[in-house]
Ligand binder design. Structure first.
Ligand SMILES: [Ca+2]
Length: 427
């Protein structure tokens, strides 16, 4: 993490006025079944720079992760889920606001996921790497190490209200412990936990406890990455064990995903996708998303509809309150995953922007086709059904498809202008 990115961090906590608290006089949500039931807890585990091929359920074979595997076994695995950006900031902006970055705003603090869940009566906590975007939860724990030592103790942190603290633990172990403590403090009411881990972003570092699980893995960068990821798996296991101990596991909606692609090389596996984080190819955006909610979602399902991480917020809000947010770019995924709605949640997805690695670019995905543009010019066209690895640029043979995708990009921008006009004013 460089200085410029760190400076962009907002550590301002959300000052929330007196809010409804479930169980203290408010009516519990009535579920569609007609039964009155406590609304689900929501946990979002957002791993940093995790490769698409580095999750067991997505093909990883050299890094055991029994707890993440269990989430996929007990929930839904998404084969066409996309982050809102190919790097930390736009990706998190989409997740935390429910709006696509890269088209008309206002952006800002109004209506971030943590605030909205708190307004619904939830205890809300965000912890981990918060310098690329805040969920605006009532409580927070921000890891402050931004260079070497991000993982290793002593780990300076800032807690709710600006209180400075130093954690004498490996950072992922500390986040696991703090997560369990948050659940313990709030087990009597619905809670929302946003956990963007420091792992597995470089510079990687791990304790012998985790490195010793991979004595023969080579090269060292892969071994250290595996150790960091193994610690994340332990954290998932600790959270699930606590939920089971409190009999909350079945009524908790858990999302697990990466914020963008892995760095590739000999460190992360992006198999079978082309590219790496920051690129317009599939590894830039496609994320190994898993959603688990035993009470409402099928177990062991593979879902191939096109999904965006902007869907997390409306899905969580609808689960919490029984109704979708008034204005959002996302959709509630639950009816799709339960087979109550057909088709893809998103017919077309568009990304705009670019970065210092790949320059300016834009991307349109519609059905099987994906168009990559540079400047205003379409540059590469791929058929993702026949050519997932994006080897064969079909742009010369398919002018009509290119024209259609260019028009869809324009329509997407115009729809954004309309959405922006409906958004609540920034507070
Ligand atoms: Ca990232």
């Amino acid at each position: 993490m460089n200085r410029r990115e760190f400076i962009k961090t907002s550590l301002a906590g959300a000052a929330l006025a007196a809010l409804p608290r479930w169980g203290l006089g408010e009516e519990p949500v009535t579920q569609p079944t007609g039964a009155t039931k406590r609304p689900p807890n929501v946990v979002v585990i957002f791993v940093d720079d995790l490769g698409y091929g580095d999750v067991g359920a997505f093909g990883c074979r050299d890094i055991p992760m029994p707890n993440i595997d269990a989430l996929a076994r007990d929930g839904v695995r998404f084969t066409n889920a996309y982050c809102a950006g190919a790097s930390c900031s736009p990706s998190r902006a989409g997740l935390l606001t429910g709006y696509f970055p890269g088209r008309a705003a206002p952006r800002g603090g109004a209506g971030r996921i943590g605030q909205q869940m708190a307004a619904a009566g939830y205890a809300t906590m965000e912890m981990g790497k918060l310098w690329h975007g805040r969920a605006a939860c009532s409580e927070y724990l921000a890891v402050l190490n931004t260079t070497n030592g991000r993982y290793m103790p002593p780990n300076p942190v800032e807690r709710t209200g600006g209180k400075k603290d130093v954690l004498q633990e490996y950072v992922t172990d500390a986040l696991a412990r703090e997560s369990v403590e948050f659940i313990e403090r709030n087990k009597q009411r619905p809670f929302f936990l946003y956990l963007p881990t420091a792992a597995v972003h470089t510079p990687l570092a791990a304790t012998p406890k985790y490195l010793d699980r991979f004595p023969d893995l080579k090269p060292l960068s892969r071994r250290t990455y595996a150790a960091c990821l193994s610690a994340v798996d332990d954290a998932v296991g600790a959270i699930m064990a606590k939920l089971r101990a409190e009999k909350l596991d079945r009524n908790t909606l858990i999302f697990f995903a990466s914020d963008n692609g892995g760095i590739g090389g000999q460190t992360s596996s992006n198999s079978p996708l082309r590219g790496f984080k920051l690129t317009p190819y599939e590894e830039g955006f496609r994320t190994p998303l898993i959603a688990c909610w035993a009470d409402r979602l099928p177990a062991g399902k593979v879902y191939d509809g096109t999904v965006s991480m902007v869907d997390v917020m409306p899905t969580a809000l609808t689960a919490a309150t029984g109704k979708a947010p008034a204005v959002t770019d996302g959709v509630d995924l639950v009816p799709y995953l339960r087979g109550e709605r057909q088709g893809s949640p998103h017919e077309t997805l568009v990304w705009s922007g670019g970065n210092v690695i790949s320059g300016d670019f834009w991307v349109v995905r519609h059905g099987r086709w994906k168009l990559i543009g540079k400047g205003e010019e379409p540059a590469e066209l791929y058929d993702l059904v026949e050519d997932l690895v994006e080897k064969n640029n079909r742009i010369a043979q398919n002018p009509e498809i290119v024209k259609d995708l260019v028009a869809r990009r324009k329509a997407w921008q115009q729809a954004g202008d309309e959405t922006a006009s409906k958004r609540p004013a920034k507070k």
